[in-house]
Ligand binder design. Structure first.
Ligand code: ZN
Length: 433
């Protein structure tokens, strides 16, 4: 993987660049749609490519490990072939879900099956994150996942069976899945964890980061040597030699911890191997994006890409880009689509509202997506009310295009040296309906 910065905002952190991967380029900043279980819900890969024009997708390690399992994915030739997506891919480390989803088992699996909500990476903010931790009053997730210095033991949301992730296990699973960009295994402390616990989780994350780098390095050596011995075998599956590993910065909402974590992860080196980029993880409140993200990006090496994990609604994207984030992932655009909601240049719309029943205008007059070009608010409102599957598809196309395109416009503004102007225009419109 190679990262090149093309343009920077003077006196600020925002930048435009290109991440080059074995499966093509990602022009940054970029919004990365989430395909939790190796599918962007309700869309074909061709729709994600041609109608959304996403440069890459992100899948969740935790879910793919549990279902269908990494052996099947490995046999199918890895994530790209398995899901028929030829552009770049990311997988997360599985840590976030291992910590946050175990509680679902035994508390009514139907809730998950119906809403599909916690079964994906929930935006890492406020109440939505690990709501069950408040039940126990414990910041260390003891009620459903048990963490120790070596790893985390958790229960499957599918059948309640017990599993264990360690940094090495996460690296091996992500190697088998075969995404272009993978993440180090981290402990994501609950947002209500106190300073002392955030510090414990941060230090543990740093120790695990070293182990991830070590394992990534030895997997790489193994793959290089097996490639040499089996050079003629096209069936040999060994992608880790091409995989880029991103380290994760933790530290909650505390400036000293965030800066310390960014410095430690930023310069970590194990056997000559460093992280290829960085993820900003952990508990966030939307209000923190302008502060916590800024603290981290002021410390991280400038020449490597930064990914903001699990956050990416319109206002977050603007704030994140302004503060030096290069890539984002978030399940919100497809999740709200399934609930009949759409982003627009004038804020969020609820298609169930009576005002749309007779509205023959487009969803968003300023949007050039397939849905906005071909369908009316009245038709979309009808599909939602009639509970037709097509409503999820058409609204997902629009919501993903809206975010991808919004980020592309901000990227162009960085290159054209009018970022402030474009940003302020977007903010004004989003806040005035
Ligand atoms: Zn649209």
């Amino acid at each position: 993987m190679k990262f090149t910065i093309k343009s920077k905002v003077k006196g600020g952190l925002a930048r435009a660049g290109v991440i080059e991967t074995p499966h093509g380029n990602i022009e940054t900043p970029a919004f990365i749609p989430v395909g939790t279980k190796a599918t962007i819900k309700s869309l074909t890969p061709e729709q994600v490519r041609d109608l959304v024009n996403a440069d890459a997708v992100l899948a969740n390690t935790y879910h793919l490990y549990l279902q269908p399992g990494t052996e099947i994915m490995k046999k199918a030739g890895g994530l790209h072939k398995f899901m028929n997506w030829s552009r770049p891919t990311f997988t997360d480390s599985g840590g976030f879900q291992a910590f946050s989803l175990g509680a679902a088992w035994g508390k009514g699996i139907s809730k998950l099956a119906n809403e599909e909500s916690e079964a994906e990476r929930v935006p890492q903010g406020g109440e939505e994150l690990i709501s069950d931790s408040s039940d126990s009053g414990s910041p260390n997730h003891a009620s459903f996942a048990s963490v120790d210095d070596d790893g985390v033991t958790f229960k499957s949301i599918i059948d309640g069976s017990t599993h264990r992730f360690t940094p090495e296990v996460s690296m091996d699973i992500q190697r088998d899945i075969g995404a272009d960009i993978i993440f180090a295994f981290d402990e994501c402390a609950a947002p209500n964890a106190d300073y002392e616990y955030q510090k414990v989780a941060m230090n543990r994350t740093h120790e695990w980061a070293k182990r991830c780098l070590g394992r990534h390095h030895s997997n790489h050596l193994k793959d290089v040597s097996s490639n040499e011995t089996e050079s003629s075998s096209s069936s040999s599956f060994s992608l880790s030699s091409n995989q880029a590993l991103f380290g994760i910065v933790q530290g909650g909402r505390h400036e000293d911890l965030r800066r310390e974590s960014a410095r430690v992860i930023g310069k970590m080196n194990v056997d000559g191997t460093e992280f290829d980029g960085f993820g900003i993880g952990g508990s966030f409140d939307k209000r923190d994006i302008g502060t916590a993200v800024k603290w981290v990006n002021e410390e991280l090496p400038e020449d490597k890409p930064r990914h903001l994990l699990g956050i990416g609604e319109p206002l977050d994207l603007i704030m994140g880009i302004e503060n030096g984030v290069d890539t984002f992932d978030c399940v919100a655009p497809t999740r709200i689509a399934r609930n009949g909601a759409a982003y627009s240049s004038r804020g969020r719309l609820n298609l169930f509202n009576a005002e749309f029943v007779n509205d023959t205008g487009p969803l968003d007059a300023e949007c050039a997506c397939y849905t906005c070009k071909n369908y009316s608010r009245a038709y979309l409102s009808h599909l939602c009310r009639a509970k037709e599957m097509l409503s999820a598809t058409l609204l997902s196309i629009h919501n993903l295009y809206f975010l991808v395109n919004m980020v592309k416009r901000l990227r162009q503004a960085i290159i054209d040296d009018n970022f402030e102007e474009v940003k302020n225009e977007m903010l004004t419109k989003l806040q005035i309906k």
